[in-house]
Design a binder for this molecule. Structure first.
Ligand code: 8LE
Length: 481
């Protein structure tokens, strides 16, 4: 087994000088293409080791598992794992950190070994800290370099990281991967006033091969560049990889970005807690994302029972670290929604796939008159329409017995200038298209280009606010009267 799996050890150890053959499609050829049954046997052994390690080092897990009647010695199969090991939730981590500040009683290394502290944005409630040891930082860098290799990036490529450098793991994870890959890391960042214009200018000068950010930001950045008289297709980008929100696996959004930049788009990303978060991440040849099971073991589960759903079905990802020592997550429930499949892949990797990426969060679902819809489906439908101006907002109200939804959609500048008839025609087109795609009628408002604020991070397009909804209705009445 050891000879069969490149650099697979517990505790994780990596040869930081290792590179695959230059013409190899795979970073670790055997580990990525081995028969699934063989990999699963190795994963089971690793899960046994990690559960024993967590039991010994983390009162948090001992407490949780005692309550559930689980002990690491009970773990004899992957079925035992899903049946006997309870899921943990973000709220559990928050509570553990409140009771045992700052890192919670699931920190498994001495405090002195903490190398980086990152965390959740904490816009609501107590933020959660991620304590990452130096060894774990190496593991993250190695895992990300491996997946970036699969996307096509190579040593010497310049890779622009256009996401905020703060506590957000997205930017730092991409940077660590770029460094380990032997790329020219270009940590441009994001988030300060005027940065988008400057980023466009730099991209035009530097012509990097790779770009990392959120899909929303990539679209905003292209709009900014065009406004500044630059052509994003001439930035010379080849690989654009994304995380943080749905988009890169949604065909109409992916194509929009690919068209704006004349580059290939790849999806990646689970959660900050699960860094190396690229462990669900794309490859050059396979659409959507792969579950790189030997980095993080992903189970797509029924959100109620937390048992794996059959391939082909929807469920929520539950993640377990296989290469982290500092704060290993064991069955962390993501609360996201995806569909997993297990077909032969064009790239030859024997990992299960998330062909549609991550659709959204389970609790993002909007139910209107019995029809369920996710915000990302609305975005996907709008991106299919020529004339879509690039931003929209979804207003919902849950007042009374019936939910209502209004979608405020920007028209592109050129059509907007053509006047009222064109606007009306677009209105009818949006209403009909959304009705046929989503199976429900909604109130549509067409607005001028750039009405809705842009973001350089993750978009927040749903406004569940009765007052705002009433205001929209009043505007609508004024327009039609
Ligand atoms: C659809 C993965 C990272 C570091 O980019 C990130 O955004 O981590 P964070 O801030 O902990 O947020 C995690 C949440 O972002 C996930 O639960 C999911 O709802 C969303 N998300 C992340 N990547 C994707 C995504 N949603 N597609 C993605 N590729």
């Amino acid at each position: 087994m050891t000879a069969a799996m490149e650099q697979w050890s517990w505790p994780p150890r990596f040869d930081d000088g290792y590179f695959p053959q230059a013409d190899s499609r795979y970073w670790f050829p055997h580990r990525e293409t081995m028969p699934q049954a063989e990999r699963e046997a190795a994963i089971l052994a690793r899960l046994q080791a990690i559960c024993a390690y967590a039991w010994d080092h983390a009162p948090f897990y001992r407490r949780k598992w005692d309550e559930a009647g689980f002990h690491p010695s009970h773990l004899k199969s992957l079925e035992d794992f899903e049946e006997k090991v309870p899921v943990i939730r973000k709220a559990d981590l928050r509570a553990a950190q409140a009771a045992h500040p700052p890192f919670g009683d699931y920190l498994c290394v001495p405090d002195a070994e903490v190398f980086h502290v990152h965390g959740t944005s904490g816009t609501t409630g107590r933020p959660t800290a991620f304590a990452v040891s130096q060894g774990d930082w190496r593991a993250i860098a190695n895992a990300h370099a491996r997946i970036m290799w699969a996307m096509g990036m190579r040593p010497g490529d310049t890779i622009c990281v256009a996401a905020i450098f703060s506590l957000y793991m997205g930017s730092w994870g991409a940077l660590a991967g770029a460094e380990r890959l032997g790329a020219k890391a270009f940590p441009f960042g994001a988030g300060a006033a005027g940065m988008s214009s400057r980023c466009a200018q730099w991209l035009d000068i530097l012509k990097p091969a790779g770009f990392y950010g959120t899909p929303t930001y990539a679209i905003h950045l292209a709009e900014t560049a065009i406004r500044d008289g630059l052509d994003p297709r001439r930035f010379g980008l080849k690989y654009m990889f994304f995380s943080g929100e749905p988009g890169a696996s949604i065909p109409s959004i992916r194509e929009r970005i690919e068209d704006l930049y004349a580059a290939k788009v790849y999806d990646s990303g689970s959660m900050g807690e699960m860094t190396p978060w690229m462990h669900v991440g794309g490859s050059r040849e396979t659409p959507g994302m792969l579950c790189w099971q030997d980095i993080v073991y992903t189970e797509v589960c029924d959100p109620q029972t937390h048992r794996r759903v059959p391939y082909g079905q929807r469920g929520t990802p539950v993640y377990t670290h296989l290469e982290r020592m500092s704060q290993p997550m064991i069955r962390l429930e993501s609360g996201d929604l995806t569909v997993w499949t297990n077909d032969p892949t064009p790239c030859g990797r024997t990992y299960p796939q998330l062909p549609m990426g991550i659709i959204g969060r389970v609790d993002d679902m909007i139910t209107i008159r019995g029809e369920n819809v996710y915000p990302s489906e609305i975005e996907a439908a709008l991106c299919q329409l020529p004339g879509y101006g690039g931003e929209h907002r979804i207003f919902i109200t849950r007042e009374g017995t019936m939910d209502e939804m209004m979608i405020s959609v920007e028209l592109d500048p050129e059509r907007w200038e053509r006047g009222e008839d064109v606007r009306r025609a677009f209105h009818a087109q949006v209403a009909a298209h959304l009705h046929s795609m989503l199976g429900l009628r909604s109130v549509i408002e067409i607005v001028a280009p750039n009405t809705h604020p842009r973001t350089d991070f993750k978009a927040k397009r749903v406004i569940d606010d009765r007052a705002a909804f009433a205001e929209m209705l009043r505007r609508q009445e004024k327009v039609s009267s």
